[in-house]
Design a protein around this ligand. Structure first.
Ligand SMILES: Cc1cc2nc3c(=O)[nH]c(=O)nc-3n(C[C@H](O)[C@H](O)[C@H](O)COP(=O)(O)OP(=O)(O)OC[C@H]3O[C@@H](n4cnc5c(N)ncnc54)[C@H](O)[C@@H]3O)c2cc1C
Length: 678
């Protein structure tokens, strides 16, 4: 076990609070949110915090739109007593209206909330949900064993205890002990610049925001209680590798150098220094140990991004880790946490470095500031930056639960990772692949899923123009889609399909995760082909496209379908109605129904449903549907005496893709308009 070399006997805790599903180390905002998330989803969690009391230190105070949204979805905004608006934002000291991210967003802009208030509310919430918080418990060692993690803890009374959990998450801040103990590698840049900060009582100086002077930069803001927060940076001053806050004399001297004002008669209430260190662990997960918040990334706390980034890490990780702990998801779900949050962290650190340069740079950055200031005047630049800072440029994490309240232990047969939607569409933040969606029923399905908020990959074999029409149809209504080409039923088909699919998803969402797979593409037999005339080539072609391809597409998709995923196979009413001319075709559709049946059983432990939808005669735009007499004749087959529309089938598929259909799996859904009633 890593940790102190002495051989102190440890008290073993194998049944009490130190035996749990997940240890969260650190009761900062990130650890507390994560603890609540894990409990809400049904996992047992113990938070180990070295401090005996919450810190009252003044820290972050800004909440961004994505964080507000996630607090609201958990019923926490009411408890915070909704935060007041935080005024306009900035990028490196250049004014930036954050509402530009999405003026219609309910929490557009930025909001004010002291970190201590947020921590109090998160602490109460997570404990109500059943999280155990052990204060005065400092983690000093950990070891990964087969199937669990062991921790060594020193309590505030000096006693030592050892505990075990299936997983451990280090939310223990910028000086993370877990990071070192578990051997995470940090990459990035050392500090080049430093800011001094102080809350000072008894001074009367003008408020100013990012005021640039030849000697440095100065900011001053009077709090309602009469103290003034000053922040000052001296050009050319290297950061002091200090282990304690700066002296007030340092702040006074720097303030005088930059502004010419004397604040030495004031009384310092709080002193602090921070620099522009920019470091991030190379992986967010090492085996059974994960990192979130400042433990995973160190950055200058400019514009509130440090706190918001960490909270969004916790929201992403919570539902995934709970899924893994409760056996609803595979190990890969934990890597998907790294895959989704590491790039966001890297991007945020980059923008913070850019801001540090613009904010704290000397006269040499003036041309850049001036050019940048002009660029921010451009609506799309403003929107781009505002979306990045607000966290709206990445999908919202899934909500494990929408309201606070004690979390019951999950029933063994009940998927408890049911995602609840927290915005408008029933499929917001979901991704979908619809094979054969350039036309007909497939197109209607793609349009239907996109209308509910899903990002849809529109697969097609040859007709690029038709696929682009489907994408255009979706985009016209504000949806998101992209085309993916792959001819099915030929060697390499699945590889080609997933190459385009994963690339398209990564470009748009930052990760290759597929929530909904609709196996719709299919070939048909020429009309009038009696069984006696079916050739081996024709038979094999039909099976390759209609049965083999869906099987291997599904097999490949299983690696990227998360908990709560959906697989929908488009079958046919012909599996229940004899039509000798369609015998081989109906056989392929029978095969795909078998796929649904057997995979439904296999995938239920992952919370993935698999169903078959069987259309009857449906107007797919083919030439026969232009002949009124033929249409009339076909209409008589349906109990409703009309030919089906592609949307009739698409609506059924869309329903199966939503959370409302979570209890349906392995089903054959008759979408023939009553044709099978006879
Ligand atoms: C003085 C100061 C001012 C700041 N100002 C701003 C700001 O203006 N804007 C902004 O966005 N951000 C600011 N930040 C950063 C912001 O506070 C952090 O990003 C945020 O607190 C990160 O949350 P966290 O939960 O990841 O870590 P923390 O809040 O650091 O919480 C980590 C917790 O882990 C505990 N811990 C550490 N080691 C152990 C151990 N071995 N065992 C058990 N527990 C342990 C700690 O006691 C602590 O409670 C500031 C930070 C500081 C320190």
């Amino acid at each position: 076990m890593t940790g102190p070399a002495n051989a102190d006997p440890f008290e073993e805790d194998t049944a009490g609070p130190l035996a749990t599903d997940v240890f969260v180390v650190g009761a900062g905002p990130v650890g507390l949110l994560l603890a609540g998330e894990l409990r809400a989803a049904g996992a047992r969690v113990t938070v180990l915090e070295r401090l005996t009391e919450p810190t009252t230190e003044s820290r972050a105070s800004t909440l961004h739109a994505r964080t507000m949204e996630l607090l609201a979805a958990r019923g926490l905004l009411e408890r915070l007593g909704p935060p007041p608006p935080g005024g306009p934002g900035h990028f490196g000291g250049i004014p930036l209206d954050l509402t530009a991210a999405d003026p219609d967003h309910p929490y557009a802009g930025q909001w004010k909330c002291p970190q201590s208030t947020l921590e109090r509310v998160l602490g109460e919430w997570s404990r109500e949900l059943g999280a155990r918080l052990l204060r005065g418990h400092r983690v000093v060692g950990l070891a990964q064993r087969a199937g669990h993690v062991e921790v060594e803890v020193v309590r505030s009374d000096g006693t030592r205890v050892r505990g075990r959990a299936a997983y451990l998450v280090g939310c223990d801040g910028e000086r993370s002990a877990v990071r070192g103990l578990a051997g995470f590698a940090l990459a990035g840049q050392d500090a080049g610049r430093e800011m001094l900060r102080a809350d000072v009582a008894g001074i009367d100086i003008p408020n100013r925001r990012f005021e640039r002077h030849p000697g440095g930069m100065a900011t001053a803001a009077r709090w309602p209680d009469g103290t003034t927060r000053v922040m000052v940076h001296l050009h050319g001053q290297r950061p002091d590798p200090r282990s304690r806050p700066p002296g007030f004399d340092e702040v006074v001297a720097a303030w005088a150098t930059v502004t010419g004002e004397d604040i030495s008669h004031g009384t310092p209430v709080w002193l602090n220094a921070f620099d522009d260190t920019s470091r991030q662990v190379t992986r967010y997960r090492r085996g059974r140990v994960l990192l979130a918040g400042d433990a995973a990334h160190l950055q200058m706390p400019v514009g509130g991004q440090a706190l918001n980034l960490g909270l969004q890490d916790a929201a992403d990780l919570g539902v995934k880790l709970a899924g893994r702990v409760l056996g609803r998801a595979g190990e890969d779900v934990l890597d998907s946490y790294h895959d989704s949050r590491h790039p966001v962290g890297a991007r945020t650190l980059t923008n913070i470095r850019a801001q540090s340069f613009l904010l704290l740079g000397g006269p040499e950055v003036e041309p850049l500031r001036s050019t940048f200031g002009g660029l921010i005047g451009n609506g799309s630049v403003r929107r781009h930056l505002a979306r990045m800072i607000s966290g709206l440029d990445v999908p919202a994490p899934t909500v494990a639960t929408a309201t606070a309240g004690p979390a019951a232990a999950p029933a063994p047969d009940q998927p408890h990772l049911t995602p609840e939607r927290n915005i408008v569409g029933r499929l917001d933040n979901k991704t979908a692949l619809v094979t054969g969606s350039s036309r007909g029923i497939g197109r209607a399905i793609a349009v239907g899923l996109a209308a509910e908020g899903a990002l849809v990959a529109v697969h097609y074999a040859t007709n690029t123009e038709a696929a682009e029409e489907t994408v255009a149809l979706i985009e016209k209504d504000g949806g998101r889609a992209f085309p993916v080409r792959a001819e099915l039923g030929v060697p390499g088909d699945v590889h080609q399909l997933f190459h385009g699919l994963e690339q398209g998803l990564k470009e748009r969402t930052g990760e290759a995760s597929l929530d909904i797979l609709v196996n719709n593409a299919g070939a048909t037999t020429p009309a009038g082909l009696v069984p006696e005339d079916v050739t081996l080539e024709e038979f094999e072609r039909l099976f390759a496209i209609n049965a083999r391809a869906p099987f291997f597409i599904t097999q490949r998709a299983l690696g990227i379908i998360p908990t709560g995923g959906r697989i929908i196979n488009i079958s046919s009413g012909l599996t229940r109605l004899a039509n000798p001319e369609q015998a081989p075709y109906a056989m392929t559709k029978g095969a795909i129904e078998q796929l649904s049946l057997h995979l439904a059983r296999h995938l239920a432990p992952r919370g993935i449903t698999v169903n078959s939808v069987a259309p009857g005669i449906t107007d797919n735009g083919g030439p026969v549907f232009d002949i009124p007499e033929a249409v009339e004749q076909m209409a008589q087959l349906s109990a409703f005496k009309r030919v089906g529309k592609a949307e009739d089938v698409a609506d059924v598929v869309t329903f199966l893709a939503t959370d409302e259909a979570r209890w349906i799996t392995g089903a054959f859904i008759d979408a023939t308009g009553g044709t099978l009633l006879g």
